[in-house]
Design a protein around this ligand. Structure first.
Ligand SMILES: Cc1cc2nc3c(=O)[nH]c(=O)nc-3n(C[C@H](O)[C@H](O)[C@H](O)COP(=O)(O)OP(=O)(O)OC[C@H]3O[C@@H](n4cnc5c(N)ncnc54)[C@H](O)[C@@H]3O)c2cc1C
Length: 366
């Protein structure tokens, strides 16, 4: 396979580098920071297409297919000796009033029609499954297929696996992409590189990379703050979704509380208001959280597009350039399918029609 330069070392860029090197490609990754230092560092890692994609059938279809690739990907990484915490214990959405419970009935009926395994829980069965949940809860909906992955560990495993197959890192910012007669040229802070294919996977910064004669990609940052807490032993068996936050438990007692959704440009500060909002929502959902140790607050800028679908596909303006960004709230979920799609494009196979809604051309001439 040909040589490929990947711009951006988040979960998407590292997933692509990994998929390409397993297929024999020579890969160079360009990132000015540490691998996994962007939005991926703050990701809660929920793999939840039937909650996140509920209002977007294209997203749900992509997410469900991507989720079906997770077992094999994680097992392959673990077999190589990398550590990737990953669970498929399901999620529970919790309602606190009659209107919320009725909404869960509707969701349960829709999932049942699509043959997605789920269980509508009354209050006693909810509390039997998750005894620490607030006694103000009135109902729940358990979705069995959902899972979670430790994203920083996953990104590290993907990158180290790719590096073990020869991928190399250029620690610099890519400024400009242009085409020559036979290759694509990328200007970086440490010089210019040429490759037969270039993948732009720079998350919310993708629009800041100047592509010869092409308008900036319409990807905007949406800040998310997420807390990491620690309880003596795991306080939950499932990922829990409440009205104002979600909780992701890990076997070592770590619990992630997410997340704020803030339109504040490229401001990556953690704020007192963000932390207060998450702590209030978490203690309302799971009162024992009040006694948890506070580990840290993580901040990430989600790469958002106007229709909240990613931008994945070949450029029509620059031969050899492929876009893979805009994964907004679902980059961890969509990574395996995105990486597979980009690797196939590089190998000359056109994208599966499931990707049609993510065509870069829907936003103009790219
Ligand atoms: C709080 C929070 C919770 C989330 N929870 C979930 C979840 O539960 N499930 C889920 O699926 N998703 C979740 N997400 C979304 C997910 O984290 C993102 O969709 C994903 O991380 C995007 O990955 P990326 O690789 O595209 O971008 P990033 O991780 O941001 O990586 C982009 C990389 O590009 C590099 N870069 C920037 N500019 C340049 C340049 N000019 N040249 C070279 N490199 C450059 C950056 O340094 C960075 O390393 C969450 C996000 C946040 C913030």
């Amino acid at each position: 396979m040909s040589d490929v330069l990947v711009i951006g070392g988040g979960v998407i860029g590292c997933g692509i580098a990994h998929a390409l090197t397993t297929r024999g490609a020579e890969v160079t990754l360009v990132d000015p920071g540490t691998v996994g230092g962007g939005a991926s560092r703050a990701s809660a890692g929920m793999l939840a297409p039937f909650s996140e994609g509920r209002h977007h059938l294209a997203l749900q279809a992509l997410g469900a297919l991507s989720l079906s690739r997770y077992d094999a990907l994680v097992h392959a990484l673990v077999d190589e000796g990398w550590r990737v915490p990953y669970t498929r214990t399901g999620s529970i959405e919790v309602a606190f009033d009659a209107a919320g419970a009725t909404a869960l009935d509707g969701v349960a009926a829709a999932l049942a029609r699509d043959r997605i395994a789920c269980e509508r829980l009354d209050r006693p069965s909810l509390l039997a499954l998750e005894p620490a949940v607030s006694t103000d809860a009135v109902a729940g909906l358990r979705i069995l297929a959902h899972g979670a992955v430790d994203v920083p560990a996953l990104v590290s495993a993907l990158w180290r696996s790719a590096a073990s197959r020869g991928a190399r890192l250029v620690q610099s910012r890519a400024h400009r992409i242009s085409s020559t007669t036979s290759e694509v040229r990328v200007d970086t802070g440490v010089g210019s590189f040429k490759a037969s294919r270039v993948v732009l996977a720079a998350g919310c910064w993708a629009g800041q990379v100047d592509v010869d004669g092409v308008a900036p990609l319409p990807v905007q940052p949406v800040r998310g703050q997420l807390l990491a807490l620690r309880t003596e032993s795991p306080a939950l068996d499932h990922t829990l979704w409440g009205p104002d936050c979600y909780l992701v438990p890990w076997a070592d007692g770590t619990m992630l509380v997410g997340a704020t959704v803030e339109h504040v440009g490229f401001d990556q500060r953690a704020t007192a208001a963000g932390v207060r909002q998450l702590l209030q929502a978490a203690t309302a959902l799971l009162p024992p959280v009040a006694d948890a140790a506070f580990l840290e607050v993580r901040v990430g800028l989600r790469p958002a597009t106007l229709d909240e679908l990613p931008i994945v596909g070949a450029s029509q303006r620059v031969d050899g350039l492929i876009y893979a960004t805009g994964h907004y709230r679902n980059g961890a979920l969509l990574m395996p399918l995105t990486a597979e799609a980009v690797a196939e494009l590089v190998g000359g196979t056109p994208l599966d029609p499931i990707w049609a809604p993510c065509d870069p051309q829907r936003f103009g001439s790219y």
